[in-house]
Design a protein around this ligand. Structure first.
Ligand code: THG
Length: 264
């Protein structure tokens, strides 16, 4: 499972303050903590309040690059903000994200193809996010075809079926699981599947049970990557255990410890 850290996000007060004060050390500290906890990549999101999002994104990239060469996941809907972040990152980054709207695909696919980046694409088009499994799979198929046309191979493409909070959309989790398993049948090699796990429990009680149970189910459905907080120990223990049950990590009495040791 490819683990993307969600904590460097301007929605969190500490990060918002660090961005406003240009406190690079504070960002570097969070980055190193998230990587030590097992993150494979760091999502960088300046938050909706950033006055100059492109500048803030460049600053976030530089702040993290000062302490680590880890994969960065540049999280912004605007291509100019992504371009600025991409230039600062140099290489080893993922673009998060494009929608399946024609005008977005026309901008984001060539950028990903040319820079060697990965690209997360949401199953969201001119009509919004479909409420059905078929609707999401149909959009994923369109994204794949457009990616092929732009020269972006499926293994650099992450399809995100868009996770909505359970307290407003209880019919969605089951549909997400079905969508994830069907994405895998669209091409050979298949695209990768990714979700923003915390979205599920936003505004709910029992966050950790909701996200933990869903993570286990999504792993069974074939999820490849997940955006979450790797410092959430229960969640990571579940994730590691899922890797063992799927026979991707060797079982032994100390498999949790062994996985963590392999990350450092
Ligand atoms: N898909 C993709 N990218 C994404 C998302 C996605 N990027 C942003 C987001 N979703 C993933 N990141 C977060 C980060 C934090 C939280 C949720 C998603 C979160 N929210 C809490 C809440 O809403 O209740 C608490 C916030 C707070 O403490 O203020 O934790 O789906 N491709």
């Amino acid at each position: 499972m490819f683990l993307i850290s969600e904590r460097i996000n301007g929605m969190f007060t500490a990060v918002k303050k660090a961005i406003a004060a240009r406190d690079a050390a504070a960002i570097g500290e969070i980055a190193l903590r998230q990587l030590a906890a097992g993150a494979d990549a760091l999502d960088l999101n300046v938050g909706t309040a950033a006055a100059e999002p492109a500048e803030a994104m460049v600053w976030l990239v530089e702040s993290v690059r000062a302490v680590s060469a880890a994969t960065l996941c540049l999280d912004h809907p605007n291509i100019e903000v992504i371009r600025a972040g991409a230039e600062a990152a140099g290489d080893n980054f993922i673009i998060n994200s494009t929608t399946a709207r024609e005008e977005d695909l026309a901008k984001f696919l060539p950028l990903a193809a040319q820079t060697g980046a990965g690209l997360i694409a949401l199953t969201l088009d001119e009509k919004g996010v479909p409420n059905t499994v078929d609707g999401r799979v149909e959009i994923a198929a369109r994204i794949l075809i457009a990616a092929e046309g732009a020269g972006l191979p499926p293994d650099r493409l992450f399809i995100d079926p868009v996770t909505l909070p359970i307290n407003v959309a209880q019919d969605q989790p089951k549909k997400l699981l079905e969508a994830v398993s069907q994405f895998k049948l669209l091409s050979d090699p298949p695209p990768r599947a990714v979700i923003g796990l915390s979205n599920l429990a936003s505004g709910s009680s029992e966050k950790s049970l909701l996200t933990g149970a869903f993570l286990a189910m999504a792993m069974g459905a074939g999820l490849d990557a997940v955006i979450l907080d790797p410092e959430d120990r229960l969640l990571i223990d579940l994730l590691i255990t899922g890797e063992v049950l799927l026979n991707r990590t060797i079982y032994n009495r100390d498999y949790l410890k062994a996985w963590r040791a392999g990350k450092t």
